[in-house]
Design a protein around this ligand. Structure first.
Ligand SMILES: [Zn+2]
Length: 84
């Protein structure tokens, strides 16, 4: 018996295609993080939005963990207003 390779198949949440599907993690304000599987076509609006958002890296957008996000919030809160 041949070993069966396990392949994780993702389908686009919008149209159901399994072609060139990427996973996006979106967090709504005050909500839970949700993972969206989107094909190239349906990821386009998301990519466009991400492209408009200014980030510290010029190579693209940065994906950070929730821990890093919390740490960033803390460091911003630590700044005293009126300075800088
Ligand atoms: Zn799609």
């Amino acid at each position: 018996m041949k070993p069966v390779a396990k392949i994780e198949v993702r389908a686009c949440d919008a149209c159901g295609t399994q072609d060139d599907v990427r996973t996006y993690r979106v967090t709504a304000p005050g909500g839970k993080a949700q993972e969206l599987d989107l094909c190239r076509e349906h990821a386009e609006p998301v990519d466009a939005l991400l492209g408009k958002v200014r980030t510290s890296t010029s190579a693209g957008f940065t994906v950070i963990t929730e821990e890093e996000l919390e740490e960033r919030k803390r460091s911003v809160a630590r700044r005293s207003p009126g300075k800088g």
